[in-house]
Design a protein around this ligand. Structure first.
Ligand SMILES: [Mg+2]
Length: 452
């Protein structure tokens, strides 16, 4: 029954199964999926009032990173987002290790929005824009720039207004004379140490050996582009631009594990093709190398998808990079990314957002993008995944429409539910079901204070 009177009318707008102040976390469960486009983990946080918060653990990360947080959250009011974030943030780290804390933080925002009947962007301060520009990432496995250009042109015909592609080592690694490499070095990059059911010691040793190759930092790989290699890479982007024209922004990623000096050589070669940015040329931790790289080229230099928390972005901003590229599922989630964007704005730096998961991650990023002034474009990596929109209900279909995501006034993320029939067709290998009990994490405990 509708109530009457100002305060009572206001309460009609909120979910008053009891009151938001009485909302409590009762459970946390996961669904580990693959192919949307990569492996990721969907997260549900359940409450005593029937509303469920949705989050997502980053592509390639373990569900464990979120589940270890469960015992620190049970019985808490999820609307106390910042207090709970500060409690758990010590359990996050850079790269995939930020995935658990970030997923939980997003689910808390979803719950707070649903409890009070407010979209997340509004809780962040409101809109700078109605819709979010998407950049469409395209893995450039094709050996020909013309062929990749045709794929990118197809994206443009579908309405995308901003593109990204790979340009680097792996496109030329098989061409004799294109890469200077210590013997055997390139071989390890051609396989990837994904999850495996390796049981024998021999299998595990082989997997660990590949893992180690992929963890050699760029300055220590000993790899260089030859002049022939640089000619080929320049030809590649020239062919792409020939097909797609010069009018559309085109960002560049996956240069490979090459040194700063090779990054500078490549950047200078491709300046005339006006990349929107050149991404992750060296590990983000090498602040001084980023300063040298940006000072050596007019190509905007970008990094950030593996950085956890705001404070690690500041040295790179001081070093003069041009675009930051946080991933909400690593950075610490929604409020931390809004803070990162606002800090970058003070340095005159734009924020693009990295995202390679389901519509849950996409909507979390879209709310931040709507509410952050210096936002430039949000990644979309699922243009070739036909079931991506079917993972959830309550969003427009397609969610990415003519190159943009429109963010509605619906509470929280704006998602009604996850479609179990769809995700259960795409569970990760070895996973037997979704939303299984996680009681074994209820009593996880440690005296976690980091000072005495
Ligand atoms: Mg990248």
């Amino acid at each position: 029954m509708p109530r009457t009177g100002g305060a009572e009318q206001a309460l009609d707008q909120v979910n008053t199964n009891s009151r938001p102040s009485e909302l409590r976390i009762t459970d946390m469960r996961v669904a580990e999926i693959v192919g949307a486009p990569f492996a990721s983990v969907l997260l549900k946080i359940y409450t005593n009032q029937g509303i469920v918060g949705l989050g997502e653990i980053r592509d390639g990360a373990s569900a464990t990173y979120a589940l270890i947080l469960k015992s620190r959250l049970l019985g808490e009011n999820p609307c106390d987002i910042d207090r709970l974030f500060r409690r758990i943030k010590q359990f996050g780290g850079h790269g995939r290790q930020g995935g658990g804390v970030s997923a939980v933080e997003i689910a808390l925002w979803d719950l707070a929005g649903k409890a009070y009947g407010v979209p997340i962007y509004q809780m962040l301060g409101g809109r700078f824009r109605d819709k979010v520009r998407i950049y469409c990432d395209t893995d450039a496995e094709k050996p020909s720039g013309t062929e990749t250009g045709k794929r990118l042109k197809e994206r443009m015909d579908r309405g995308f207004t901003f593109l990204k592609m790979d340009l680097g080592l792996m496109q030329i690694a098989d061409i004799p004379g294109a890469v200077v490499a210590p013997a055997g070095t390139l071989e390890g990059y051609k396989s990837h140490p994904g999850p495996s059911a390796a049981k024998s010691l021999q299998d595990r040793r082989a997997r660990n050996a590949v893992y180690d190759v992929h963890n050699v930092r760029h300055p220590f790989s000993g790899l260089h582009f030859s002049e022939k290699g640089l000619d080929l890479l320049e030809q590649y982007i020239a062919e792409v631009r020939e097909v797609i024209g010069m009018d559309i922004p085109l960002a560049i990623d996956h240069v490979g594990h090459i040194s700063l000096q090779n990054g500078i050589r490549l950047a200078r070669r491709i300046e005339k093709y006006v990349p929107a940015w050149l991404e992750d040329v060296v590990p983000w931790q090498y602040t001084e190398q980023y300063r040298q790289l940006q000072q050596a080229t007019s190509v905007p230099i970008c990094t950030g998808e593996d950085i956890y928390l705001k404070e690690a972005f500041e040295p790179l901003l001081k070093a003069g990079i041009s675009v930051i590229h946080p991933d909400l599922l690593t950075s610490g989630g929604i409020l931390e990314t809004k803070k990162i964007g606002d800090m970058a704005q003070e340095y005159g730096v734009a924020m693009a957002i990295h995202m390679a998961e389901s519509p849950i991650a996409a909507m979390a990023a879209a709310h931040v993008a709507v509410a952050t002034e210096n936002f430039m474009a949000l990644e979309y990596h699922s243009a070739d995944v036909p079931w991506w929109d079917d993972i959830v209900t309550g969003l427009p279909k397609p969610l990415v429409n003519n190159g943009f995501i429109a963010v509605s006034d619906k509470p929280g993320l704006g998602i009604d539910d996850i479609v179990d029939d769809v995700i259960c067709q795409h569970l990760q290998p070895g996973v037997s079901g979704a939303w299984r009990p996680t009681d074994c994490w209820d009593d996880e405990y440690s005296w976690d204070r980091t000072w005495s």
